[in-house]
Design a binder for this molecule. Sequence first.
Ligand code: HEC
Length: 155
Amino acid sequence: MQKVMLVACVFAGVAVYTTLAISAEDLAAAVKERRHLMKDIVRPAAKVGGDMVKGTVPFDAAKAGKAMTDISDVPDQYVKLFPKGTEHGAVADSEASPKIWEDFDGFKATAQKLKDASAKAASAAAQGEGAFSAAFNDMTKVCKDCHQTYRVKKE
Ligand code: HEC
């Protein structure tokens, strides 16, 4: 009888362990993936739009629209890549402020703002350069807002 109890306890312990613990590799992979989205998708797409707004590259409605659509595809997957334990200092290369987990709804709402603002910039591109510039500048304010509140720059 005692032996049966012991076995049951061990199994219960294993079950709790596997549901709660996320391995260090999984945490590192989440940081890597979210950095990839910002660095390799959002930043280059924002540069495509920014160069047109600055006038260093001629305005091209189709290219501008595509770049903004690429950005609007990111936020939904992005907010899923913030498991607890991946804040700055906990995982190498993380620049995520602990504030994200103190106010996860606020963080998600800001990500949703990026999705809306980039979708708006994508449709504005079809209306011409002036409309695009205005919508693009509104979008970049969302980048700045989120970084100021939820990102810590590595020293
Ligand atoms: C909802 C919040 C949020 C929005 C909106 C946002 N970012 Fe970020 N961004 C972050 C966070 C948080 C990090 C740091 C993530 C990490 O290190 O784990 C980051 C990191 C970055 C990085 C550094 C990537 C790296 O690891 O080298 C770049 C570049 C970047 N963002 C560009 C942008 C641009 C451009 C926009 C707007 C088009 C934008 N971001 C909008 C939250 C946001």
